[in-house]
Design a protein around this ligand. Sequence first.
Ligand SMILES: Cc1cc2nc3c(=O)[nH]c(=O)nc-3n(C[C@H](O)[C@H](O)[C@H](O)COP(=O)(O)O)c2cc1C
Length: 218
Amino acid sequence: MTVQKTMLQIAQERYTTKHYSGKTIPREQFDQLLEILRLAPSSVNSQTWKFITVSTPEAKNKIIDAILDFNRERVLKASDVIVFAVPEKITEEHLKKVLDKEIADGRYADLEIVEGLDAGRRHFVGLHSGTVSETLAWETAQAYIALGFILFAAAGMGIDSTALEGVDFEKLDEILGLRQKGLRSVVAVSLGYRAEDDSNARRPKSRLKKEDIFTELK
Ligand SMILES: Cc1cc2nc3c(=O)[nH]c(=O)nc-3n(C[C@H](O)[C@H](O)[C@H](O)COP(=O)(O)O)c2cc1C
């Protein structure tokens, strides 16, 4: 019998894995996680993200120099690592690709509205494309939504994870040849199964009190 966890239980029980067992995630489940990333929402459906999967020992060794010391085991002993990257520029070609896909997916019964929707998206993209840093900041915010999606989904599927900011992203870009493609890595995630002695699994969760973070506007 499978016991269905509530969303609240998943949020209460998921935690940042510090030590992995080395066990591999079945590929069918890993593919589901990739599909969940593909389905993550982004502002104006911009989807500028690129996800680089790192699963073999060879691939992990290739990126290891860009991983800060304290995180290295979280890469080497995890089943998979996913690097999140975003482009320095949101190109005309990309905007056209998104629109064409929305049309192909049957989003618009009435093609007359397409022009207006496209103009709306371009307006919003324009608001955030003043400089490369502004573009990257906006796209990184979208990438972090995908990060939250996968952290939660993985936990729901019984897969442990570690969000990884402890990375030398410049070095990682170099190793992965991202700059030549106009891309920057912004965050990563390790996925796998906790080691039996992962002490973090036994630590109680610590969060600020409700009254410290919520205000009701009346
Ligand atoms: C964006 C982000 C980046 C993080 N980077 C790291 C990291 O590089 N290494 C690490 O061990 N934990 C990392 N963490 C884990 C956080 O420290 C952890 O989520 C937080 O302390 C709350 O604990 P919990 O996830 O166990 O509930 C990161 C978390 C987030 C959300």
